[in-house]
Design a protein around this ligand. Structure first.
Ligand SMILES: NC(=O)CC[C@H](N)C(=O)O
Length: 221
């Protein structure tokens, strides 16, 4: 019998986390909002949400030791999901208001300002799910809610030998194309807010939870 997946939402001082907690609970997870290292390592899944500036967010994540927890989880193939700035800090760096900040470097490339007449990109938008995506399985109306002025606008990570290439999902705003989601083994991230994206967002979170392999009882058939 598979148990209810346990998820830690990393409490690094960002706003908007309560809606992430509620959305994950509605999707069927037991959720803790904490920065406690042991609990963040032990949970079936770790979610790194974030709203606000890149520099402040990465500083907050480092201040609670989140960067070490993320590294340690990913080294052991334990799932992590980044949301909004939580996606952005997974890249090498971010450049907001002329301030360049070093990110966690899980993916090469820099997060830069959207090149569009209307910024921030705020509202519902469609996405082009990457081939082989599991995150968007079963989601017919692929429209999600975005609130951002910066984005990863290029994908520089090539396939590395037998290692499967990450699945990258794109979106467009004002003629500018940017990364809307990445599925890279244990690391998943969305630029949009699944917790604000209605039924599509709820299904996406259920899809992510389903992949957590919550049954860690060892009683594999
Ligand atoms: N929603 C946000 O906090 C936006 C995150 C980031 N500062 C951006 O503008 O892209």
């Amino acid at each position: 019998m598979s148990k209810v997946p346990s998820v830690v939402v990393l409490d690094h001082g960002s706003g908007n986390v309560r809606s992430v907690v509620r959305a994950l609970e509605a999707a069927g997870a037991h959720v803790d909002l904490t920065a406690d290292r042991a609990r963040a390592l032990e949970a079936d899944g770790l979610v790194v949400p974030g709203v606000g500036a890149y520099a402040a967010t990465i500083a907050q994540v480092r201040a609670v030791g989140g960067h070490r927890v993320i590294e340690q989880r990913l080294a052991g193939g334990r799932p992590v999901m980044g949301i909004c700035v939580g996606l952005q800090i997974m890249f090498e760096s971010g450049n907001e208001h002329g301030e360049r900040s070093e990110g966690l470097g899980q993916w090469p490339g820099e997060v830069t300002r959207l090149q569009a007449d209307i910024v921030p990109h705020m509202g519902w938008n469609s996405i082009e799910a990457g081939e082989g995506s599991r995150l968007f399985d079963g989601i017919e109306d692929e429209r999600f809610y975005f609130v951002h002025s910066y984005a990863a606008r290029t994908w520089e990570m090539e396939r590395i030998g037998p290692i499967a290439a990450p699945v990258v999902t794109w979106a467009q705003h004002g003629g500018d194309r940017f990364i809307a989601a990445v599925e890279n083994g244990a690391l998943t991230a969305t630029q949009f807010h699944p917790e604000k994206s209605g039924a599509a967002g709820a299904r996406l979170l259920r899809n992510w939870l389903a992949g957590l392999g919550a049954d860690r009882s060892g009683a594999h058939a």
